[in-house]
Design a protein around this ligand. Structure first.
Ligand SMILES: [Zn+2]
Length: 64
């Protein structure tokens, strides 16, 4: 059962990106664009989840 919800209190939408639903994520994007906040600040405040990086091979082990 998928009980995942948007991080915004009271919001019951399904998370779309960074733990936020599509609506709240667009709101955040607008605030960032307007210079009101940054993704880093929101991440540190626990208001967004860290970006899920696309699965990419980490080849740095070979050159250590
Ligand atoms: Zn939401």
């Amino acid at each position: 059962m998928n009980t995942e919800k948007c991080l915004v209190p009271g919001c019951k939408n399904k998370p779309w990106s960074r733990g936020l639903c599509n609506t709240d994520y667009s709101a955040v994007r607008r605030l960032i664009k307007a210079g009101k906040t940054t993704m880093t600040a929101l991440e540190q405040a626990g208001k967004v989840k860290p970006a899920i990086r696309p699965a990419r091979r980490d080849n740095s082990w070979f050159i250590k």
